[in-house]
Design a protein around this ligand. Structure first.
Ligand SMILES: [Zn+2]
Length: 330
């Protein structure tokens, strides 16, 4: 009786090696369960010996391999919004990002070359100096980006991209400075596309500013004959964007010729014109092609000057009407 009760007690003690089933024996060799990342709401595992995952670790220049693995895990967990990422100078080239919002993150200098993004947002994130060359951006929402200055946008394809206020984009590209990599053709590409993006967003004033920058690049890039033409257009009307420049042109021509007439033989009924107000009056009626006939240019020089002013007047007034209407109708 005593012996039977001893066996029963041994069978009920699983920690006794004599009766422990072999399948439960060596548990010490199993790898430890990885800790979760300590960032609030992050589903990724912490890295070995750290409290944070690879996306949250404060470190520059993360490699493509480690980032692709992390984003794959996010996809598997169906994570859409993730915040406070440190992706400074990170290599995300060729990545596919779909239905993600990387919020409050630092992506300065990140490399998205050849990447494809669909329905991606960067709310309250920084993208300064990021690379998007040959990237495809579909329905990417950049409206709440904190700053995205001097990004490399050459040959990026924009489809339904929404842009932030112009101050957060800036009117400079890495291609239009005198630094290494300067390339007016590439800068022209970027300005042309941002002109279209702001135009489709209904912001015609900003679109006009990018148009001016595009024309500036064309002026620098083009042959010498075209450069003179573009320079004249820039000076007289800001490539059709600045009607006030044309108004200033009126004043310069009218006052300039009024001064020149004082040194020529211009005759009024009361004698040769010697005072500036009369000379100014003659300049205005010549500029506007009114031609009352009360004051006449007598010498060849005066006639030549009057002819030039009349031609410049017709040209300037036509230019003003064109620039003014162009801005009004859009
Ligand atoms: Zn994390």
């Amino acid at each position: 009786m005593a012996s039977r009760s001893r066996v029963t007690a041994a069978a009920l003690r699983p920690w006794d090696s004599a009766v422990r089933p072999p399948m439960l024996a060596p548990m010490n060799d199993a790898p430890p369960e990885p800790k979760p990342c300590h960032h609030d709401g992050c589903v990724l595992p912490a890295q070995a010996g750290r409290d944070d995952c690879v996306l949250h670790e404060p470190r520059r220049g993360k490699t493509r391999t480690e980032l692709l693995a992390a984003f794959r895990l996010l996809d598997e967990a169906n994570v859409i919004r993730i915040r406070d990422l440190d992706l400074r100078d990170a290599d995300l080239s060729g990545i596919f990002l779909g239905l993600k919002n990387l919020q409050h993150s630092d992506l300065s200098g990140a490399n998205f070359d050849n990447a494809r993004m669909t329905k991606v947002g960067f709310d309250f994130s920084t993208l300064d100096g990021a690379h998007f060359e040959n990237a495809i951006l579909e329905k990417v929402d950049l409206r709440r980006v904190v700053s995205m200055r001097r990004c490399h946008w050459y040959e990026a394809i924009f489809d339904g991209v929404q842009v932030p206020a112009m101050e957060r984009v800036g009117l400079a590209t890495p291609y239009d400075s005198g630094a290494k990599g300067a390339n007016p053709k590439r800068a022209s590409y970027v300005f042309r596309h941002f002109k279209e993006l702001y135009k489709s967003a209904g912001d015609h004033d900003t679109s006009g500013l990018f148009y001016e920058r595009e024309m500036d690049m064309r002026r620098i890039h083009g042959p010498i004959s075209e450069r003179i033409w573009w320079w004249m257009l820039s000076l007289t009307c800001g490539y059709g964007e600045r009607p006030m420049r044309t108004v200033w042109l009126f004043f310069v021509i009218i006052f300039g010729f009024a001064t020149l007439y004082l040194g020529c033989d211009v005759k009024a009924p009361e004698g040769q014109v010697r005072d500036f107000p009369t000379s100014l009056y003659f300049s205005i009626i010549t500029f506007t092609s009114l031609g009352y006939g009360d004051i006449l240019p007598v010498s060849t020089t005066a006639r030549l000057l009057a002819g030039c002013e009349a031609v410049l007047g017709v040209f300037s007034i036509s230019l003003f009407v064109f620039v003014f209407c162009r801005r009004m109708v859009r």
